[in-house]
Design a protein around this ligand. Structure first.
Ligand SMILES: [Zn+2]
Length: 373
């Protein structure tokens, strides 16, 4: 992307359509973008209060600025707290990604906060996918969490991969916990995916959606993904990035129930609710864990390392075997996945599965170097 490229997001517009609150903002610029959507829509599928200012678009503007190393104008209004949070967020992203030209310029900063002063009982939300990271956070913070939040992919090209079944499964899990589940959707990947992988950008989108419902919650938790000593620097879900979103009346916090995926898997394996609803597979359509893809085999291996595979095996359609790991040799992995696999090899120690996983890592590193070259 050319360094001189500039973007404009906004002004925002709030509508209620078919029982859904929709905040949209036009997007212009990005001359080299493959297929720029005319506007970004952030949707919450109910009719309760939302932040209808441009503040929910500020984290998305930060992602766009950092990963395209460009200037992004946001047409407000944005509260002073939201603008300050945006600048702090972009400073951290730019430092990590070496994006020296990344800037956000916010027009229409106001002293009016979207959120009324809070009630007496703190309200705490959690983005919940039923995977190991968010399930372990739910276990650890069960007595404090008041609301679950989930992103439902109804937008093309992701909306046809059995998402309706997955969402129904998440609704059942939330109902069993006795917690309300806020259902979000957005077309924002059409804007961000041509620029950077979802693995890196998703945290910024979740912060944006959290801000959308900031009139209802004091704080929202985003679960971390990596053991501290192996976390990639250029990862959008890094705790130091996520924790920058503090507007003064609402904030998003990174949370790890344990340090590392194996330790989190041990928590999940010991929890009856988390076991029953575990969903990690994003490669096979529908509400199932295929037991053969990288995420499934990796999760079963963490469970094996944690000594809880017997408790979780029935959630997977195929057993964990050395051959299942070997079948993944040659499969490309991004840095975020490689970091988790390195944790896994450490945790497996002298187990025979560790050498099979080392071959998966080595092949992925070599194919990554070929791509870089
Ligand atoms: Zn799978």
């Amino acid at each position: 992307m050319s360094a001189s490229e500039e973007w404009v997001i906004g002004p925002p517009r709030a509508d209620t359509r078919d029982g859904t609150r929709v905040l949209t903002a036009p997007v212009t610029g990005g001359a080299s973008h493959d297929a720029l959507p005319p506007s970004i829509a952030l949707r919450i599928h109910d009719t309760e209060a939302i932040d209808s200012s441009a503040a929910p678009f500020v984290p998305i503007a930060c992602a766009l600025a950092a990963w395209s190393d460009a200037t992004v104008h946001v047409v407000g209004p944005v509260s002073r707290g939201g603008a300050d949070a945006g600048h702090a967020l972009l400073d951290e992203l730019s430092r990590r990604f070496g994006a020296g030209r990344a800037r956000i310029v916010i027009d229409g900063v106001t002293d009016v906060e979207a959120r009324p002063s809070g009630g007496s009982t703190p309200t705490l939300g959690l983005f919940y996918t039923r995977g190991i990271d968010s399930a372990s956070t739910l276990i650890a913070e069960r007595t404090r969490i008041t609301t679950l939040l989930g992103l439902d992919w109804v937008d093309p090209p992701y909306g046809d991969l059995g998402q309706a079944d997955i969402w129904r499964g998440t609704e059942r899990a939330a109902a069993e916990e006795g917690l309300p589940l806020l259902r979000f959707s957005s077309n924002v990947r059409q804007l961000l995916d041509p620029i950077e992988s979802w693995s890196h950008t998703h945290a910024l989108v979740l912060i944006a959606l959290a801000q959308l419902v900031s009139p209802r919650l004091d704080r929202v938790l985003l679960s971390g993904a990596h053991r501290r000593d192996v976390a990639p620097v250029d990862f959008g879900n890094a705790p130091d990035v996520v924790n920058r979103w503090r507007t003064g009346s609402f904030d998003v916090r990174s949370f790890d129930a344990a340090d590392g995926r194996t330790a989190k898997t041990a928590l999940v394996g010991a929890d009856e609710h988390a076991r029953r609803h575990l969903l990690v597979c994003w490669e096979q359509p529908g509400d199932r864990n295929c037991g053969r893809c990288l995420k499934c085999v990796q999760t079963m291996s963490h469970a094996h390392a944690a000594g809880v595979l017997a408790a979780l095996q029935s959630r997977f359609e195929h057993p964990l075997t050395t051959e299942a790991v070997e079948s993944l040799v040659g499969r490309p992995c991004d840095d975020a996945t490689l970091a988790v696999l390195r944790e896994l090899v450490d945790d497996l120690a002298h187990d025979p599965l560790a050498s099979a996983w080392r071959r998966v890592i080595t092949a992925a590193e070599e194919s990554g170097r070929q791509v870089d070259a």
